[in-house]
Ligand binder design. Sequence first.
Ligand code: MG
Length: 252
Amino acid sequence: MSKLKAVPLALAVLFGGWVGAQEKEPTTPEETEIYKPVPPKVIPGKAGAPPSDAIVLFDGTSFNNWISSRDSTNAKWVLNADGSMTVKDKTGDIQTKQSFGSIQLHIEWKSPAEVQLDGQNRGNSGVFLNGIYEVQVLDNNNNNDTYVNGQVGSIYKQHVPLAMASVPSGEWNTYDIIYHAPVFEKGQKIKSGTMTVIHNGVLIQDHVEIKGTTPYIGWPKNPPHGKGPIKLQDHGDNSRVSYRNIWVRELD
Ligand code: MG
């Protein structure tokens, strides 16, 4: 073998040996078992109740964890005897006192049984993550069509839901939302946020990229931000949307 051929061969043997040392196939079951750290124990809630480590934001008894988004005074929405709340028309959005980054959010909502108005004006509300990224709440039942990137379960004007999974108007829907906040550095977004939404047990947003804010008019914007509140929308057309059983688990 010439010297020229011997050099690459020696390198290959050397490199192959190194790779082999790193990725040697395990020969016992124990080599592929991990014991620590042990994940925390969480007791799941029964029948829709919050799990043991959740922060309960609304349990039907008060608006203690909420304020008006307009002026930070007490939330002006209606507290119902059945443990829910209803948007009070034209009193403005409400938001949590507490701020959050990445979270798992559970929230239940219903459109009024008595249907009125059409398109974007039928049971329009919304759940805003970080106060600025809207997951649409809308009554699209009974062929109430609208632009699909603004229908129920859309990330408003950014992502069309994978399915329309609403229960009939007047019945309770669930949203389970996994939100990962965007990352900013020196005033610039260096990593987009993501959203996963499960609507009544149906995956409707699959880890989609949040392009920015979700305005009615114009492109998404990316103002730098830290943690923010969870905001619920008063769309201003007597939507009469109700909410109940709201809790979060912080992910960072
Ligand atoms: Mg809305």
